[in-house]
Design a protein around this ligand. Structure first.
Ligand SMILES: NC(=O)c1ccc[n+]([C@@H]2O[C@H](COP(=O)([O-])OP(=O)(O)OC[C@H]3O[C@@H](n4cnc5c(N)ncnc54)[C@H](O)[C@@H]3O)[C@@H](O)[C@H]2O)c1
Length: 340
């Protein structure tokens, strides 16, 4: 097996930390340099079991720090770029930092990747760059769908996607790009829908659901996102984009919450409808035929099994999420307002 060095950005966040665990288990011969600014969303505790492992080097730092980024890129073969401001609700409250990190930060990384001749720059993006689909339609996003971002978060991610492709075209930077649907699973910050619902229910609290709850997302278990990135890093073609999704039929947020309630033996009386998010995209749905056909990837679990594993994880890892939930109290107050 060839040994390589990966620079993972945002590896203390939700998907990044899952990916670091996934990769180190599967490729123990590799070294991971994990660059993370430890914003509210980054947490060293998500990497606690890797403490002391020589082939995992944690660097606390910002991706917009050119000097630092250049220095740590020196012997890197592959960049896997997760670091971003990622929460739509926060982007509505404060868009500035989204442009700084997601757009400017990505450009700093791209420059350093070029300068240090990395073999592959893999950019992690979202299906939210494609905008919103009609509820009830059978339309899906695919690799040819035009960009139509509708929140400051997705607009900034769209900007970063364009930059990555532009560096490929203009300077010949070897890259791949994946646009993935909404993830759920272990180490997910407890202000997001699923972990909020699960942790509230553990504490005997109600579960907030936006608006009428009919919004549709294409949920994917985070471990399956990691295996898809693995397939693209291993066999994906230079310059290609792959869409990653989890479901084959629509399921509304309300139905998912009901599924969580039933798996946790709770009644639907625990649901509390709250004022809808501004510009709330109605429906996302991803056609993941290309990655399935060309790289043989498919999700390993369905939504119910993924939720079962996620609920068990939150029940067994309360020391991980309790301090984070405490920290996010001000955000909850500003963001989740009861429907009048
Ligand atoms: N969560 C999802 O459902 C989802 C779906 C598709 C794509 N994505 C994309 O996947 C990536 C990771 O998402 P996530 O949900 O794990 O996000 P997250 O918010 O949980 O983690 C982001 C991480 O990046 C770090 N970070 C933020 N700004 C930084 C900076 N300037 N320099 C260095 N580190 C910084 C944070 O400390 C955190 O550890 C993002 O690019 C996101 O757009 C997420």
């Amino acid at each position: 097996m060839t040994k390589q060095t990966l620079l993972v950005t945002g590896g203390a966040g939700f998907i990044g930390s899952n990916f670091v665990h996934y990769w180190m288990k599967k490729n123990p011969q590799d070294t991971i340099i994990n660059l993370d600014a430890l914003t509210y969303a980054g947490n060293r505790e998500s990497l606690a079991d890797l403490e002391g492992q020589q082939n995992h080097v944690f660097v606390e730092g910002n991706i917009i720090d050119r000097e630092l980024v250049n220095k740590i890129m020196a012997d890197v073969d592959t960049v896997v770029h997760f670091a971003a401001e990622s929460h739509v609700d926060r982007s509505i409250l404060n868009p500035d930092i989204f442009l700084e990190t997601n757009v400017m930060g990505t450009q700093v990384l791209l420059d350093a990747a070029l300068k240090n001749k990395v073999k592959r720059f893999h950019h992690i993006s979202t299906d939210e760059v494609f905008g919103s689909l009609e509820l009830g339609s059978s339309e899906k996003f695919n690799e040819h769908t035009p960009y139509d971002p509708r929140s400051p978060y997705s607009a900034a991610k769209a900007g970063s996607d364009h930059l990555v492709r532009a560096y490929g075209e203009t300077y010949g930077l070897p890259f791949t790009l994946t646009n993935c649907s909404n993830n759920y699973g272990e180490y997910h910050f407890p202000e997001k829908l699923f972990p909020l619902a699960i942790t509230n229910l553990i504490d005997g609290l109600k579960v907030p659901v936006y608006g009428d709850g009919l919004n549709v997302r294409d949920w994917l278990y985070v471990q399956d996102h990691c295996s898809a990135i693995d397939r693209v890093l291993t066999d994906g073609k230079d310059g290609e984009t792959y869409l990653i999704g989890g479901l084959t039929k629509d399921i509304s947020n309300l139905e998912v919450v009901k599924m969580i309630l039933s798996l946790m033996n709770k009644s639907e009386a625990e649901i509390e409808f709250i004022a809808d998010r501004k510009g709330h995209d109605r429906r996302y749905s991803v056609d993941w035929t290309k990655i399935n056909r060309e790289l043989g990837w498919e999700p390993s679990v369905d939504l119910e099994e993924g939720l079962r594993r996620t609920i068990a994880w939150y029940e067994n890892n309360q020391a991980w999420w309790r301090p984070l939930k405490e920290q996010a109290k001000d955000f909850f107050k500003a963001n989740y307002k009861k429907e009048n």
